[in-house]
Design a protein around this ligand. Structure first.
Ligand code: GUN
Ligand code: ZN
Length: 455
């Protein structure tokens, strides 16, 4: 039987050698499915994890010595844990809610769900459920929106720390155009942000992100506060992060034009407050223009393309080719709960379809890059996340190449590696997850109900 999460931490092995089909991306492969040089594939290889990090990757005929405990995942696909650059913890409660576009969906479903996180016990259980669900879906790191409540941030960071995960998050800021019980003000925002930054930023693998929900719900004074805090040097963890939404939905963009008639664009409002940097992630970016894209590229900011959400809310089709032409960074995200799955393999399947509708293509290599190494680069953590090079964190997901006969049949018919991984990317989901390692330690993926049964 698996040990519980708390006993596991104490029992974390300092060394383990994982055997299986190892795959990671060395660089952005671009749109070319033949970009083999960017792909490191070691069939039936060895991944040596020591002290929570990758010590070495070795070929199958070069096994480690007897001092290495082994875990045998032959016939499985071992990938770096997926990284979700845009997801909302409290929105597990509203996934798959019927019938509205963004602004009505926020009012009707999302804000009421977020209000419930005012209760610290509700937030704690919701945060634990969310973090465990991320892992069970093959995601080992994420940039996450909690709620406006300080307790929601504490709960989320505490749950991630319990699992040893890298998590970037911060209190949602909203001081206008939001329900009374979800609003803060500039003074409260500054006080709570400073306290949370002090408590969490740079603690182990946790990082703080300033999180104005989007410009319509933050006053100019609150956006200016974000700009000021972003510029402040931090004693640990490097500069702060910023996460928000931009240009997702046509009504939202129209509303922004009314709120900021003098601004050239929606993105320019954020730029004017100094919010664009290499640690800034903007969700969606569907209705940007080329000037916006060039500005994002120049500042090294990332757009989190969230195809499941964009399809579900009917927000529009993200144009990756134009983003490429501008040299803009793109990662792929779930955006649960407008997105309908936490599984990033599902996000990639949806991304392919969104691009196909525009005559564009997403190779398996580029897709995987966008949820591993590319997403790590978006978080300014490429040196230690999203790949299997020595020194990277031992965040590994063991995937079944196939779950069930239909998947097995299709994957076995593949004629080359790209075809095989591409079929896997479209057909796999969380049921294909066999095991997850976070910083070299195997996570306990049993469902809450299994725990109850075992108790
Ligand atoms: N824009 C502002 N808030 C949200 C949110 O919670 N979800 C999505 N998809 N877009 C937003
Ligand atoms: Zn979102």
């Amino acid at each position: 039987m698996m040990p519980t999460a708390s006993t596991q931490a104490a029992a974390a092995p300092s060394r383990v050698a994982l055997r299986g089909d190892l795959l990671y991306l060395r660089a952005d492969p671009g749109v070319d499915p033949d970009a083999g040089a960017c792909v490191h594939f070691e069939p039936d290889g060895w991944l040596l994890l020591e002290g929570g990090r990758v010590a070495a990757l070795r070929a199958g005929d070069d096994p480690p010595g007897p001092e290495w405990p082994r875990e045998d995942w032959r016939g499985h696909l071992l990938l770096p844990g997926f990284i979700d650059t845009h997801v909302h913890a409290p929105q597990l409660d509203v996934m798959a809610s019927y019938g509205s576009e963004l602004l009505q969906w926020l009012q009707r479903y999302t804000f009421p769900a977020e209000s419930r996180w005012a209760d610290a016990r509700h937030a704690a259980s919701g945060a634990r459920r969310f973090v465990r669900a991320l892992l069970a879906h093959g995601t080992t790191s994420a940039m996450v929106f909690p709620t406006v409540h300080r307790a929601s941030v504490d709960a989320l960071f505490a749950a991630a720390r319990e699992q040893g995960m890298c998590l970037v998050s911060g209190k949602v800021l909203m001081d206008r155009n939001a329900p009374e019980d979800l609003r803060d003000d500039v003074e409260q925002a500054e006080r709570e942000c400073r306290a949370l930054i002090q408590d969490w930023h740079g603690q182990g693998r946790l990082r703080y992100a300033l999180t104005p929900r989007f410009a319509p719900t933050s006053s100019d004074a609150q956006l200016a506060l974000c700009g000021r805090l972003l510029g402040e040097p931090m004693p640990r963890g490097g500069p702060l992060y910023l996460q928000t939404h931009v240009a997702e939905n046509r009504d939202e963009v129209r509303w922004m034009r009314e709120l900021y008639p003098a601004s050239r664009s929606y993105l320019d409002v954020y730029a004017a407050f100094g919010l664009l940097g290499r640690r800034s992630v903007f969700a969606h970016g569907i209705w940007l223009d080329d000037t916006d894209r060039a500005l994002l590229a120049e500042r090294g900011s990332t757009v989190a393309f969230s195809p499941s959400s964009n399809l579900f809310l009917g927000s529009g089709l993200f144009d990756w080719a134009r983003a490429d032409a501008a040299g803009m960074r793109v990662a792929v995200a779930s955006d649960v709960g407008a997105g309908t799955s936490l599984c990033q393999a599902r996000s990639l399947g949806d991304a392919y379809k969104v691009l196909a509708l525009q005559g564009q293509r997403l190779s398996a290599w580029r897709g995987l890059y966008a949820v591993t190494r590319g997403a790590a680069a978006a978080l300014d953590l490429e040196g230690e996340l999203g790949h299997f090079e020595p020194g990277a964190w031992g965040d590994v997901v063991v995937w079944r190449w196939a779950s069930g006969d239909v998947q097995r049949h299709r994957v076995e018919l593949a004629r080359d590696l790209h075809e095989r991984v591409f079929a896997w990317m479209h057909l796999a989901d969380e049921r294909n997850v066999a095991a997850v390692y976070v910083a070299g330690r195997r996570a306990d993926l049993r469902e809450q109900s299994d725990h109850a049964l075992a108790a």
